[in-house]
Design a protein around this ligand. Structure first.
Ligand SMILES: O=C(O)CCC(=O)C(=O)O
Ligand SMILES: [Mn+2]
Length: 207
């Protein structure tokens, strides 16, 4: 049996098909307001293979000039991000173990050849809140290790409807997506994978 590193919790099939369809409808509505765009890497300006947008008071963005950060507006439209769908706030309450709501929901869209290199989520000021993510659409091969890049990494599939928590000792675990498995879900008409990542950015009461 696969043993996950400390602080990493996987909830296979957390959302049933009805729940996945409802959440997808919420995300489609948000994407109409806040379109997916191609983020670029700090300094090199290299485009990421994943397309992104956000919901919530804050959104995670990156570009060549200003690097990784949170901001309250969409970098292309200049508008505030749409709100985080209620069903994601409920899911956060059910599994995060954190008393305050998330401030950012990053929406990642992976086409069949997209991936995400091994990295830590460390642009937040509040590491006592976990990172909670939900997968929709095609399955992927997810990798997760420990706080050091050289720590042992385990790989497993995330399927549509799965939830994942990186919390406690696992909050700063290195993780990434090595590949998408095309044709493994009928949820998205044209295939691909959506990942929704909920994060608390600031400690409660912070200015
Ligand atoms: O797509 C995923 O499952 C992980 C996404 C991720 O790690 C991130 O956006 O920071
Ligand atoms: Mn991440």
């Amino acid at each position: 049996m696969l043993v996950l590193p400390p602080g990493i919790r996987h909830f296979p099939g957390f959302l049933d098909e009805t729940g996945q369809k409802s959440l997808l409808a919420d995300i489609r509505a948000a994407v109409k307001d806040a379109p997916l765009y191609v983020p670029t890497m700090p300094r090199s300006g290299k485009p990421m293979s994943v397309r992104m947008t956000n919901c919530g008071p804050l959104g995670w963005v990156t570009d060549k000039e200003h690097g990784y950060r949170y901001q309250d507006t969409h970098p292309v439209t200049g508008k505030p991000w749409p709100p985080i769908p209620d069903r994601l706030l409920t899911l956060w309450d059910e599994i995060s173990g954190y008393r305050h709501p998330p401030e950012a929901c990053l929406v990642n869209f992976y086409s069949s050849d997209a991936k995400m290199g091994l990295h830590q989520d460390r642009d937040e000021r509040e590491f006592s809140a976990p990172v909670v993510s939900v997968s929709l659409g095609d399955a992927c091969l997810f990798r997760v290790g420990g706080r050091n890049r050289s720590d042992k990494v385990v790989s497993f599939r995330l399927e549509s409807g799965d939830a994942l928590v990186l919390g406690g000792e696992g909050r700063l675990a290195y993780h990434g997506v090595s590949r998408i498995y095309p044709g493994t879900s009928g949820l998205l008409k044209n295939g691909g994978r959506i990942n929704l990542t909920l994060r608390r950015v600031n400690p409660p009461g912070a200015p």
